[in-house]
Design a protein around this ligand. Structure first.
Ligand code: SIN
Ligand code: CO
Length: 372
C-alpha cells in the first residue's frame, strides 16, 4: 500500500490540513483491507477492546457498548465501531504507517467501523482531524461547511447535529479512497453496500485538558506550595478593593508555575505519551536479565515496538524518553532511535551500555519485544 496525496504530503498539509476537507480518490494505491468484518466482530467480543454498536430505527437510534456476544441479524441500518484497532490487530499497522509523515504525538489511534447498508452514526462533528479510509464496500459520505448547527442527542451516548443541507463533498467512496475532515466540519456517512471504514484519528489537547492534567501532576508531586506574600503592604482606605498591583501579584503566582519549564515540559512528555486506550501489554515472564538483552542486541535480533506504544523525546531535553506516561533516563541517541524507529537499530542500542538497564525494564514491561 502506498499513500498518494495530491502534490505529496507537504502540499496536502499546506493546502488542506486543519483548513478544509478534501476527498482523495484512490488515495491509497494497491489498497488491501488489513482485516475483515469477522476480525472486527472478534475484537468487539473482547472485554479489553472498546466497541459500540449503533442501530438506526427510523427517527430513533440505539447505542450499545461492547463486549458483544452476538450482532444484529438485520442486514440494514447498523454499524459496529471499534476503537484503537491498531493496538490489537498487528496487521492494521501498515495502514497507520502510511501517516508516518505526521508527528507521532499528533496521531491518536485507528478506529474501524463495519456498516451494513444504511448503517452510520448520523450527522456529527468531531473535535479532531480525521482521515477516513474506505475499505471493502461502498459508503456515501457528505461533508458540510463549518456552520452553526443545533446539537441533538437521539440517544444519551450519541452526539449528533441537526441535518445540514449543503455539502462541500458528497461522494460514494470506494476502496482506497480517503476523506480528510478537519475538526468542526459536519459529516455523515451511510453504507451503500456492507462497508469497512478506517478512521485515523489525531489528538490535540485543549487548554482545559492541559490545565487539569498539569494540576493533577502538581497535586501528586506536591508542587507549587508558594503563597501570596505582601511584605510591602501599606495602609489603605478602600478595604473592599483588590488593587491592580495585588491582582498582578496573584497572576504572578500562576505565571511562575508555567515558567517552571523543567516541570512543564516533563509534564508534556508524560501526558502526550500516555495511550488513551488500553495497550495489548504482555509483561515478560520470566523477565530478561540485562546480560541476555545485551547478547540479543549484539546478535542483531530484531526488536519491535508494541503497536500503539507512544514513545517521545522532547527537543531541548536530553537523555529522556517518555513512554506511555512515564519518563526513562536513556542516552539521547538511544532515546531518539527508540522513538523514531518502529524497529530500532540493535547495533546502535548495543553500543550504549548505559541504555541496557532502562531498555531491559521497557522490554520486560512489554513495550518492546524481540522477534521470536
Ligand atoms: C464511522 O466510520 O462510521 C465514523 C467515522 C467518523 O465519522 O468519524
Ligand atoms: Co466523525
Amino acid at each position: 500500500m502506498k499513500l498518494a496525496l495530491p502534490g505529496g504530503p507537504q502540499a496536502f498539509l499546506s493546502e488542506y490540513w486543519q483548513k478544509k476537507p478534501c476527498l482523495i480518490k484512490g488515495g491509497i494505491m494497491q489498497f488491501k483491507d488489513p482485516l475483515d468484518a469477522n476480525d472486527l466482530a472478534g475484537l468487539a467480543m473482547e472485554a479489553e477492546v472498546e466497541s459500540r454498536l449503533v442501530v438506526r430505527m427510523g427517527e430513533n437510534w440505539d447505542v450499545q457498548h461492547g463486549p458483544f456476544e452476538s450482532f444484529p441479524s438485520s442486514d440494514k441500518d447498523w454499524t459496529l465501531l471499534v476503537q484503537a484497532v491498531d493496538h490489537w490487530f498487528e496487521q492494521s499497522n501498515e495502514l497507520m504507517q502510511l501517516f508516518d509523515f505526521m508527528p507521532g504525538w499528533r496521531v491518536d489511534d485507528l478506529m474501524v467501523s463495519f456498516s451494513v447498508p444504511g448503517g452510520g452514526v448520523g450527522p456529527h462533528l468531531d473535535q479532531y482531524d480525521v482521515f477516513i479510509i474506505q475499505g471493502e464496500g461502498k459508503r456515501r459520505w457528505r461533508v458540510g461547511d463549518k456552520q452553526p448547527l443545533k446539537t441533538l442527542t437521539p440517544h444519551p451516548s450519541l452526539l449528533q447535529v441537526e441535518p445540514f443541507k449543503e455539502a462541500l463533498i458528497d461522494v460514494e467512496m470506494e476502496p482506497g479512497d480517503i476523506l480528510y475532515i478537519p475538526p468542526g466540519f459536519p459529516h455523515e456517512g451511510y453504507a451503500v453496500t456492507a462497508a469497512l471504514n478506517y478512521s485515523v484519528g489525531f489528538r490535540a489537547p485543549s487548554g482545559r485538558d492541559l490545565l487539569t492534567h498539569f494540576a493533577d501532576l502538581a497535586i501528586d508531586e506536591e508542587r507549587y506550595n508558594h503563597r501570596y506574600g505582601d511584605p510591602d503592604l501599606r495602609v489603605r482606605d478602600k478595604r473592599g478593593e483588590v488593587s491592580l498591583p495585588e491582582l498582578n501579584r496573584l497572576k504572578r503566582c500562576l505565571t511562575e508555575i508555567f515558567d517552571d519549564e523543567a516541570t512543564l515540559y516533563r509534564f508534556f512528555g508524560l501526558y502526550l505519551s500516555e495511550a488513551k486506550h488500553e495497550l495489548d501489554l504482555a509483561p515478560c515472564e520470566p523477565e530478561y536479565h540485562e546480560e541476555e538483552v545485551a547478547q540479543l542486541l549484539e546478535a542483531g535480533t530484531v526488536l519491535h515496538r508494541l503497536a500503539g506504544t507512544r514513545a517521545l523525546y522532547l527537543a531541548g531535553v536530553a537523555d529522556c524518553l517518555f513512554v506511555d506516561g512515564e519518563a526513562h533516563a536513556l542516552p539521547q541517541a538511544v532515546a531518539e532511535e527508540l522513538a523514531n524507529q518502529g524497529c530500532p537499530d540493535t547495533g546502535l542500542l548495543a553500543a550504549h551500555p548505559a541504555a541496557l538497564r532502562p531498555l531491559t525494564r521497557l522490554i520486560n514491561r512489554g513495550y518492546w519485544f524481540f522477534e521470536e
